[in-house]
Design a binder for this molecule. Structure first.
Ligand code: ADP
Length: 228
């Protein structure tokens, strides 16, 4: 049964990364050729149609990459002891440019040692912090990252002062490709939180958000306290 599931996954990953992406590449390449031949004489309408085709193909390509990343969560079952401050340092270093550009202030509380898959927890923090930096309102972002011992779990929280989320959307945002805002205003694919949810459920934790529109958001997740 396990082997069968593994076979299904390999097939799925292959189809997404190879067969589907190849079709998208064809669309992009041929749209490029049409543009090259037709654009010199094209009217505004035709230019617009071509823009839509190439824009959609690029978007589809990104979505396929996200789908593949989503499907891969939990494949690597290696867990180790991780000092969370060191892991957070790595994430913040990686995001250095983004943080500096936004003028964000970060406040980081005392962080424990956890037992988890390091690459996945790094991705989890990366996604949550980059959302806190992205969905900002008029004020420059102020982000609080904290952890409390809620035995038998660690409870982490990432709090921002951004645009907030209405009550009826608090569940929907964890579904893959669900977004609440216009792409032009806040770019993204809507896969980040679905990936976070899969990472956390694989680690036997819970993830949720509390928010009010205009009042900022707090994302919480738990990880079981355990010794290796
Ligand atoms: P993306 O960031 O690519 O849009 P996510 O899956 O990370 O996708 O988030 C899904 C949606 O949840 C976002 O499009 C946004 O509407 C909402 N959201 C996520 N994080 C925040 C936040 N910190 N503040 C306000 N809205 C958020």
């Amino acid at each position: 049964m396990l082997e069968e599931t593994k076979g299904d996954f390999e097939q799925f990953a292959y189809v997404v990364s190879h067969d589907l992406q190849e079709q998208v590449r064809n669309i992009t390449n041929y749209a490029g050729l049409i543009a090259k031949h037709a654009l010199p004489d094209a009217d505004e309408e035709l230019r617009f149609y071509l823009e839509v085709v190439t824009g959609s193909a690029a978007k589809l390509n990104q979505m396929l990459a996200e789908l593949l990343a989503f499907s891969r969560i939990g494949r690597n079952k290696y867990v180790e002891k991780i000092p969370t401050p060191k892991l957070l340092d790595q994430v913040l270093k990686e995001m250095g440019g983004e943080i500096a550009a936004s003028g964000a202030k970060l406040h980081i509380g005392a962080m424990p040692q956890i037992t988890a898959n390091a690459a996945e927890i790094r991705l989890l923090f990366y996604n949550l912090i980059s959302n806190a930096l992205k969905f900002t309102g008029a004020a420059s972002p102020e982000i609080y990252i904290e952890c409390t011992n809620k035995s038998p779990d660690w409870e982490f929280s990432i709090k921002d002062n951004g645009i907030g989320i209405s009550q009826n959307h608090l569940q929907k945002i964890f579904v893959i490709f669900q977004r609440l805002n216009l792409e032009e205003e806040y770019p993204g694919n809507g896969a980040g939180l679905a990936i976070c949810k899969k990472i956390i459920s694989w680690h036997n934790g819970r993830i949720w958000a509390e928010s009010e529109p205009g009042e900022g958001s707090t994302f919480y997740f738990t990880l079981p306290i355990m010794e290796l």
